[in-house]
Design a protein around this ligand. Structure first.
Ligand SMILES: Cc1cc2nc3c(=O)[nH]c(=O)nc-3n(C[C@H](O)[C@H](O)[C@H](O)COP(=O)(O)OP(=O)(O)OC[C@H]3O[C@@H](n4cnc5c(N)ncnc54)[C@H](O)[C@@H]3O)c2cc1C
Length: 291
């Protein structure tokens, strides 16, 4: 272990995964991967931790991604947006996750930032985490006690807080082969500009149409609550629909009001968020419908 200390901040470097797990078992250290969220916090005086464990050198154990025999994708903790975007199969099978990845910052951030960091950072305005949630991703956690998995749907326990224990790190994210193929995947981020924007309102959706009606739906809202979240009432209102007529639109809007109470904040008003999110749901239903 190497430690670099600056005033009240210390950074420990892990040499191996075992070394990282040993250190995490001994003291509460904040993990440092790409550092693209942590450095912003440091610049704004908002560091959540003071003692860091740098795992960025563990690429041989925590990096990369692989396709599992059942068609699931395993994204290693240090896999960056740029690395996954270079995979033709990910482009073909997971367009929602690729669309989200292309919109995270710019090339520099995509080359450095990791999916695991985006998930653990827990921002309600994150881009990759909601796409992963709509894909039913599972978080794999490692500690000296072993490996456990937590569905991303149960991972957030509140604003920027997660189910991870302080002796654990995210070792990977597992994305099951999505039901319904690629045509049912939809991702939209609404910000002040097309690129390099923080999400004001976002929707990641998977809407499966079969025999002219919606048979399944995953609706994930971004920047509409304290965490990214599934909108279960909207999902239920979508199931069984064959036409998005006026009655269906009203039912979807009522369902949205039951699911989500967006906030007024510096980026947007609650009314704007609610109206735009409703339109995104209608757009998702229409764009995923087979022609
Ligand atoms: C200019 C700029 C633009 C950005 N634009 C966007 C954007 O458009 N959309 C977006 O979603 N994000 C954006 N971000 C935020 C950031 O790039 C992403 O959230 C990124 O994925 C974070 O990954 P990282 O590896 O850099 O995380 P880090 O900064 O290293 O860590 C982030 C958090 O995750 C924890 N962590 C990291 N790895 C692990 C692990 N393996 N196990 C447990 N905890 C871990 C850290 O302790 C920390 O709390 C932007 C950042 C910058 C600086």
């Amino acid at each position: 272990m190497t430690a670099i200390a600056h005033s009240a901040v210390s950074v420990h470097r892990a040499r191996t995964l075992q070394d990282a797990l040993d250190q995490l078992s001994q003291a509460p250290l904040q993990l440092l991967a790409g550092g693209t969220d942590i450095m912003v916090e440091a610049n704004h005086g908002g560091l959540r931790g003071r003692h860091f464990l740098d795992i960025s050198g563990l690429g041989s154990e925590l990096g990369g991604h692989s396709w599992l025999p059942d068609g699931a994708l395993r994204i290693g903790a240090l896999c960056t947006y740029a690395q996954l975007q270079a995979d033709a199969r990910a482009q073909a099978e997971l367009p929602m996750l690729m669309a989200a990845s292309r919109l995270v910052g710019a090339t520099q951030i995509q080359s450095r930032g990791t999916y695991a960091g985006n998930v653990e950072n827990g921002s309600p305005a994150a881009d990759a985490a909601p796409a992963l949630l709509a894909l039913d991703a599972v978080v794999e956690l490692r500690s000296l006690a072993g490996t456990r998995t937590v569905p991303l749907a149960h991972y957030y326990t509140g604003y920027r807080s997660t189910a991870r224990r302080s002796d654990e790190l995210i070792s990977a994210l597992i994305v099951p082969k999505p039901d319904g193929g690629v045509s049912c995947q939809f991702f939209r981020k609404v910000g002040t500009r097309a690129f390099q924007a923080i999400t004001k309102v976002g929707l990641s959706a998977r809407i499966v149409w079969q025999g002219g009606q919606i048979t399944d739906a995953r609706i994930v809202a971004t920047s509409m609550a304290a965490t990214i979240c599934r909108a279960h009432h909207i999902e239920n209102a979508l199931r069984g629909l064959s036409d998005i007529d006026a009655a269906a639109k009203s039912a979807l809007r009522r369902a949205q009001d039951a699911d989500l109470r967006p906030m007024d904040d510096v980026r947007s008003s609650a009314d704007y968020r609610a109206e735009v999110f409703h339109r995104l749901v209608l757009q998702a239903a229409s764009e995923t419908r087979p022609s």
